[in-house]
Design a protein around this ligand. Sequence first.
Ligand SMILES: Cc1cc2nc3c(=O)[nH]c(=O)nc-3n(C[C@H](O)[C@H](O)[C@H](O)COP(=O)(O)O)c2cc1C
Length: 192
Amino acid sequence: MEKSLNYLILSTSPRLGGNSDTAARYVEQLLQAKGSGVFLNPSRKKINPCLGCNLCSRDGKCIQKDDMKEIYELLPKCNFLVLASPIYAMGLCAQAKALIDRMQPYWAQKYILKQREPTSPERKGLYLLTAGTNFNSVFTGAEITLKYLNNVLDIKEFITLGFKGVEGKGEIKKDPSNFEKIYDALRLLEVI
Ligand SMILES: Cc1cc2nc3c(=O)[nH]c(=O)nc-3n(C[C@H](O)[C@H](O)[C@H](O)COP(=O)(O)O)c2cc1C
């Protein structure tokens, strides 16, 4: 990465030390040596769902006063976004979905207000998804939402890693190739 790495890791599972959180922590460990950034677990914060008031279309800002403020401050600065989520009911977990819905001010900035911070960096993304089953289409629902997120946040280069058949807490650790896949993805994205 040409510009200095400024990452934001959003580990959204309510199960701390679970599969997606373990994957996200591994990413943090690798990135720490390469740049600066923040690791957040929104499930331990107060992040309300979007109210659908559309007031962000007026000025590109959300009217809600909650912990999303922290993410709104970090996001514009970050040039590498990592989002980890378990699959719940064939999609992202509610915490991850609420977070993405609350990105609506960025959608409004881009499509309604036609404004973008001139300094906003080109972002890369890494998505880490974990599922208990081995269903073929288990990640499809989440991937559609993440494609939307890429558009809203101008993430041009991204990798989605889906880990199937990991049900129990920390089961992802049983197969070392899971961590190799994460390492390879970070290399491919040229962030390590
Ligand atoms: C409410 C709930 C819904 C789930 N729905 C699915 C599902 O639709 N498909 C699936 O493969 N696994 C499902 N699972 C299993 C989780 O995706 C799996 O245990 C995952 O590894 C959890 O990740 P975590 O440890 O990071 O929380 C579900 C688990 C919970 C608690």
